[in-house]
Every structure is written in C-alpha cells, then in structure tokens.
Design a protein around this ligand. Sequence first.
Ligand code: AMP
Length: 495
Amino acid sequence: MSDFAALGLPEDLLRAVTERGYTIPTPVQAQAIPIILGLRDVIAGAQTGTGKTAAFVLPLLARLGTQSTGPARRPPRALVLTPTRELAAQVEESVQHYGKYCRLRSLVMFGGVGINPQIDGLRRGVDILVSTPGRLLDHVGQRTVDLSAVEILVLDEADRMLDMGFIRDIRRIIAVLPKVRQNLLFSATFPPEIRELASSLMRNPAQIEIAPQGTTAERIAQQVIVCDRGRKKELLVHLFQTRQWQQALVFTRTKHLANRLAEQLDSQGITAMAIHGNKSQTARTKALFEFKNGRLQALVATDIAARGIDISELPIVVNYELPMVAEDYVHRIGRTARAGASGAAFSLVCVDEYRLLESIERLTRQRFTREKEEGFEPDPSAKPQPIETGRGQQRGPRGSSGSGGNDAVRRTDGNRRPSPGNETPRRSGPVPEGNRRSGPAPDGNRRAAPAGDAQRRAPVDGNRHGGPGGGNGNANGNTSGNGNPGNYQQRQRGR
Ligand code: AMP
C-alpha cells in the first residue's frame, strides 16, 4: 500500500498521484486528507509550496465520488475560491491532473476575460468550480451560476484574499451557499480577520499548522546584499553572470519598474519578461509559459501577479526591491524550494529599505547578515529617501508609517486594494456593467468545439506531466494559436 493509499484515497486518485511521481504525502497532505475525508471542517496554516493544493483537491475529488456523474447540467458541488487568476488556473489544473481518471467536471472562472464562455460552461454542468471572488459574484448577480448544491467550500490563500480586499465579496458569496457544507480554509498567515472569518464560517474545525506563522521555509537559503539604490540593476546583471543563474523570479514593488527592469535585463542579454496586474491575461500567461519552458531567464513580477505561480524547480527568487508588507516576503520566497526542493532567495537592499528589512526580520524571527558584493559596496554616507510605491506616496512598513505596495496597497483598516487589471472586489452593488453582456457571446469567446467535445478532458501535453510538479503549463490554451481566452479559462472535463 502506498503512503497515499494509507490516507484513504480511492484507486482512481492513487493512479493519478502515482503517475505524477508523488510517493510520499507532504505533511499538510498527510494531515489534511484523512480529516477532510472524515467530513470535518479544516483550517490549515500552510504556505504555498507545501503541497496544500493536493491536500484539498484529492479529498475533494474523493468526497464527490470519483465516478459519479448525475444529470448533465448539474450545478457545482464544490467551490474553490482563490485570490488571483493564476492561482485559480493552477488549482483547476491540479483538479484536472489528479482527477484524470475521474468522471467529474471542473471549470475555472476569473475576471479579465469574456464571461460568456464561462456561462456556457456553467450551463453544460460542473462538479468543481474554481473561481476568483469578483467574477463569481458577477455570475451570482447575473444569476448564471447556481450555488445551491455546493457541499464543499474551499478558501485558498485566504490571507491573500483578505489582503486584496475580497473579504466582503467572500461573505457575500457565503451568504448564497447552502448552510450545511464542509468548509476548508488554507492560509499562510492568520491575521485576526481570517480568524474571525474562520470562526463565523466553521464549526469545530480541525486545525493544521504546517509552518508556524511568519516562518520561512527552512530549505531556502536567504541572502541579503546591501548596495546603492542606483546600482541594483547592475548588481542584478552581475549576479546573473557571475553566479551563472539559469532562472530567477525577480520581484519589484511597482508595475512600472517590472516593465522597465525586464526591458533592461533583456537588453543586457538576460532574456526577461514582466508579469503584473496591468498586463492582459494573454500576456501574463505567455510570460509564465515562456518562463516555465526555460525560454526566459528572468520573470520580473509584482507581488499579486506572482501569487499562485507554481514553477517547479525554480531555484532562485530575487527581491530586487523589498516588499512594503513583510508577509509578502514570505510569500515571495515561497515560490522557490517547493515540495521538498531547495532554493535560494536574494534580497538587494538599499538604505531606503533598511526599515522594511527590519520588519521582515521581526516577522520571520531571523537576523540577516548585511552582505556586500565586491565592487558594489554601498556608500556608507547615503541617506534614506522616500520609497517609490508607484502611487506617488511614501509608505513605510506595517506598524510604522503605514504600508502598501503597488499591486496591492494596504488600506488603513489593514486590508488591501487590488491593482487594476487584477480582480476587483465589489464594495457594494451588483455586477459592474463592463462585465455584463446581454447578447449572445461573440464567436471569438466561444469554444470552437461542440459542447460534448469541449467538455472532454483536453489531452495533456508532455509538459504538464513531466513528473513531480512537472510544469503546470497553464498557458495551454493561449499557446494554441487561436488567441481564444475561452480555451484557457474554460477547460472542462467530463465524460
Ligand atoms: P502547492 O503548495 O500545492 O502549490 O504545491 C507545491 C508543489 O509541490 C507543486 O508543484 C506540486 O505539484 C508539488 N507536490 C504536491 N504534492 C507533492 C508530493 N506529495 N510529492 C512531491 N511533490 C508534490
């Protein structure tokens, strides 16, 4: 009996897990799967990279009955909410991977792409719906989704949903769900608002804590290099060259800098693209796809755009600029050293960011050596200057002069607003006009194949099944050459 079989998972799922190359459940999987199969609510403190997706997707598929079908036009029985489009797409990819021998249908929905293919998908019938909160509320407002059959609710990366200001959206969604259901909440950190949400949502939940709050994965070698503000780009290029970095995910605070830095790296012979909330979904997907396939050496990202990005074997994360919010540091470096691999995180820190560094040290309960790279030693007489956040205002770390970022800016109440171009939480009122369409879907938004075929599981390419965590390849649809966002967002399975 494999270690996964001992957790009580059915054969259909064990086959898929074995094919993916997993032999040993990660700690969060070992703990969460039996509890979820036992129908209990779960609050799990697990960072991304711990295998948390499979920890809820596997028992969720088992709970729904892997071979159950029901009427063709069935409403979803499981709902997974995620903060970002990328994470939604990746979770649904996981549903496809782990559910490849199941007769369950899944659908992913998020904003920024046509709503009509999603409406079509919902009409055809779905078992597992993965969505960002804003777009789901659009469907609720238009009455194009029936949530009355939801038996399992998963809030994935709940702290990030809070940060992005989705908490009210989530409450509005919960209000239309059946009262009796299983609730699963996954979060890297547990600020008071998340605890409050959990206690209002759950009855006697099992609590699973994989990594204590604020601690960073032990397998990540973290290095801080102090340098002058004006020499970071030069230093980054130098590090790429002298340390022979094959690939690095590079974080900036602002979208503007992400763009500029990607261009500058590219012009210095380091292939790079930017990914952030102002980029179209197609551009984001393309950048991610190119990076995952090793055609880019650097992916320059802002915090929210990078959230949920799962790149197997990503060895290096660079904080080109430290995040305004210390928790983001934990999320950023969690992009590397995933599922047992090791990784390294480098932070290029100038005098303006010393306070940010201290707040990261407080949160992660560690003290970094301020290392110097030869030839890039900082000017000891340099004075700190206001930090550029992309919003023309100075912000300090949380607990000092307020905080914020560009992609996500903390409000005074501790929540954040999302960037334009990412999911937008609704403050009040129904669906924004821009997201509504009354007429039929333009052809470009529809899937070309007839419904029956379209709902069949798309054949997976080698890229997706290359082994443990082998490239989630969620650029699938957009690289098919037809530029149809529907293909990307609308993969549906079902036999
Ligand atoms: P997650 O924390 O869900 O984003 O997963 C992080 C990475 O770990 C993904 O690339 C998964 O494919 C991979 N993974 C999940 N479970 C296992 C496992 N039991 N063994 C090896 N890799 C895993």
